[in-house]
Design a protein around this ligand. Structure first.
Ligand SMILES: CC(C)(COP(=O)(O)OP(=O)(O)OC[C@H]1O[C@@H](n2cnc3c(N)ncnc32)[C@H](O)[C@@H]1OP(=O)(O)O)[C@@H](O)C(=O)NCCC(=O)NCCS
Length: 359
């Protein structure tokens, strides 16, 4: 925050476009309601559906409320296009409302001719402004089919907070104060972080029903730059979790496993292995649902996988790492996670219950 409590991010910007045109970016104000309504009226049904989940432009009172977002503690920006011989008009809006827990909820619209640059540009400014004001995360409800919005949020390292089936929608969060989102400051439930392709894990509903808060990390979209753990830095989501599930496969899954074991050694990790090969034995020496079958490793470790499997070539896994086969019943998986979370929650120095290996 700059001196006097004013965000350092420049709130008024002039961007020159070819043909003597200019885009003016400035804070949204209540008097922008008619201009924003014109922007919405210019959208095709498909875009209205992506923005509002209905093919109708929102009513006047909705637009008036949005334009007054600053009066409720939130913040908005508009982009105004100025062309020779035409009055200026609003071609984009981006705003966040403050949520009761201090996070923000964002919405954004860019007129089709300005797409391809203005969305990410406005979002970056909105995120920076929110971060400078101490807003930890920005949330958004996004249709799964909204590839541009999903792409834009994934590029900023979003995590999936929740899902809806009809219509297929995700609630995601991006970090504003830091590059990675963070858990809510206050919580009463155990926290489960799942590393899973696409941010959707088969057992997350069962885990929520069993009392976990679940965040799903869909993995890097382009390059690995948005994942702190893969850059070798502690991840606030992983460090604040009671259990981590690594359901990513292949090299990415192995790299995440190694990174979490190194960077967050006190947080129990459950690695979901690929389904057993046909004819193989999914069970083994471990408890029901866990993958086993290999000889025991050195003290304090578990064998890393069945001999000859790609997992076997990884280095030995600490006792805090459990393995479970994909395809194991969700209830069994969640039972394992509960046991791991209980162990994590144990005060330091207190011995393990009989029959359970120590950390
Ligand atoms: C969503 C919206 C704001 C994005 O703004 P935009 O200017 O179109 O953004 P871009 O075209 O630059 O694309 C956004 C991201 O998606 C990626 N992308 C673009 N087209 C894509 C496609 N067809 N498939 C996958 N990703 C795509 C871009 O690479 C970009 O990623 P980046 O941020 O890493 O550069 C804009 O398209 C819009 O107003 N859509 C209708 C309303 C809406 O959906 N609002 C969001 C609901 S809250």
């Amino acid at each position: 925050m700059a001196a006097g409590g004013t965000p350092a991010t420049r709130l008024v910007e002039h961007i020159a476009l070819p043909g003597d045109r200019e885009v003016l970016i400035r804070p949204m104000r209540p008097s922008d309601a008619p201009g924003i309504a014109l922007l919405y009226a210019s959208l095709e049904d498909d875009d209205l559906y992506l923005r509002f989940f209905t093919a109708h432009a929102p009513p006047e009172r909705f637009v008036a409320q949005l334009a007054g977002v600053g009066e409720r503690g939130g913040f908005g920006l508009v982009a105004e296009l100025h062309e020779p011989g035409r009055p200026g008009r609003i071609v984009a809006e981006a705003a966040y409302e403050l949520l009761p827990d201090g996070d923000g909820e964002l919405g954004i619209t860019v007129a089709p001719p300005q797409r391809g640059w203005l969305g990410p540009y406005l979002l970056d400014r909105l995120v920076r402004h929110a971060g400078e004001r101490g807003v930890a995360n920005l949330h958004a409800d996004v249709l799964v089919a909204n590839r541009r919005m999903v792409g834009m949020l994934r590029a900023r390292g979003c995590v999936v907070v929740d899902h809806d089936e009809r219509p297929a929608m995700v609630r995601v969060a991006i970090g504003a104060s830091r590059r990675t989102p963070t858990w809510p400051a206050r919580h009463e439930r155990s926290r489960l972080l799942v590393e899973v392709p696409g941010g959707r894990w088969h057992a997350e509903d069962a885990a929520r029903a069993a009392g976990f808060d679940v965040l799903a990390c869909p993995g890097p979209s382009r390059g690995w730059s948005t994942c702190p753990a893969l850059r070798g830095e502690p991840c606030p989501l992983a460090a604040g979790a009671d259990v981590i599930v690594d359901a990513q496969r292949g090299d990415l899954g192995a790299d995440l496993q190694g990174a979490h074991e190194r960077l967050h050694p006190t947080v129990p990790l459950c690695v979901e292995l690929p389904p057993a090969a046909p004819g193989g034995t999914p069970g083994g020496t471990g408890p029901p649902g866990t993958a086993g079958g290999a000889a025991p490793g050195p003290p304090g470790t578990r064998p890393a996988g069945p001999a000859g499997s790609p997992e076997a070539t990884r280095r030995p896994v600490r006792r805090r790492t459990e393995r479970v086969r994909a395809g194991t019943d969700d209830i069994v998986v969640v039972g394992i996670l509960q046991r791991l979370a209980r162990r994590q929650a144990r005060p330091p120095g207190q011995p393990d219950p009989p029959g359970q290996p120590g950390p």
